[in-house]
Design a protein around this ligand. Sequence first.
Ligand SMILES: *[C@@H]1O[C@H](CO)[C@@H](O)[C@H](O)[C@H]1NC(C)=O
Ligand SMILES: *[C@@H]1O[C@H](CO)[C@@H](O)[C@H](O)[C@H]1NC(C)=O
Length: 419
Amino acid sequence: MSYRIAFAALLSLTLCFYLFSSAFLDATKNIWHSFTNAATGARVPDFSHFPPQPRTLSAVEFPINAPGKRVLIVGDLHGMYDPFRALLDKLDYKPASDTLIHVGDIVAKGPHHGSMNVLKYMASHNITGVRGNHDQKVIEWRAWLDWINRTNGGAVWLAELHAAAEEDDPDDPEEWAEKRLKNDRTRWSKKIPDGWKLLSDHYRVARDMSASDFRYISSLPLALHAPQAHVLIAHAGILPSDPNYKPSHRRQPLARIPALPAGLDTPEDKIATLRRLQEAALFTKVPQNTDPWVTLNMRGVLDDNTVTRGKKGTPWAEIWNRDMGNCAGFDPKHRFEARPSKDELPCFPATVVYGHAASRGLDVKRHSVGLDSACVTGHRLSALVVDAKLQNTPPLEVRKKKTIQFGEGSAQIIDVKCD
Ligand SMILES: *[C@@H]1O[C@H](CO)[C@@H](O)[C@H](O)[C@H]1NC(C)=O
Ligand SMILES: *[C@@H]1O[C@H](CO)[C@@H](O)[C@H](O)[C@H]1NC(C)=O
């Protein structure tokens, strides 16, 4: 009897051991992949905290046709807190009736205290937005700090470094840290991933932000989708098709009508559902858009069809507007016949709102709105105002200044100076 119990106990122990160790191995395999320190070949955990994309906004979160409600989408802030508050004043922002959304890069490059204030504002009001490439760096530094700090020696090493920086009070803390780390013989400096700059803007925001600020910034999605408005928001941009194939190739999501889920009666329902599915498919069926680097950094597409963050190549927004311009619509009743001819695509246009491209400034095209008007370098801070009144007015009847065509109606651009 006791043998049997002992045997059963041994068996379950062994089983537990295998289950736990394989879970542990899996976890480490997933975590230890992304950053390396070339000098040592040491691998460090993945600090990127990438969420699935996109997050879908409900009709309440992005009201397009509700009287008295507005959506205000603000461009790259980079810690420019005073212009941000001035813009909210100029917009007469009222949280009860307005939805505020940002396009990312809320911190870094601007003054440090400004970054902390913008972040605190966004976090404490849980403002909807997407993460930018600069926000991403801050998230990664904070995850790194948490990791280093979990070991006693690491926290002590950092505390000493911070104390020395405070004492020397350098004009350029990043440069100061680079010099100091050259002579650092501890094992800790070898744990800094390649290209990461200790005491940089991003590092200091990461170090100084509160735990709830971190929760907020790392909860920001890479992209937002408001299906009822046919609006997509990403910091750098989104490709409408895989550049390695013709836009009309069957593998492209805009070149085929999605399968219709059962149970939809009216034609409007069907079209709305099919448009939502087709727009959502851009994030899963265009391979480039599944790479977070693309939605965070893309500027254009090179002749060899690769995505670049440099200034060469075709700006992605041109490609977007080309494909959207070819959307010829579709009729769900005839969905198995009548493929549109030549370049025409069986889709309806959607609009992308983005930031990131400061060198292009405010960039309004028929189906895309680039909102980075370079506030941090002393130019302007811009917001796109979507309200029901303008949405229901045909574009040609609106004569107000800075009114633009937006989706099937109109919207407005409101901006302030950034001195
Ligand atoms: C912030 O908003 C998001 C999206 O609506 C929600 O999921 C989250 O729970 C909110 N966070 C807090 C702290 O309220
Ligand atoms: C990590 O430790 C340093 C040094 O003690 C401290 O300044 C910093 O605030 C800590 N950061 C985090 C995220 O715990």
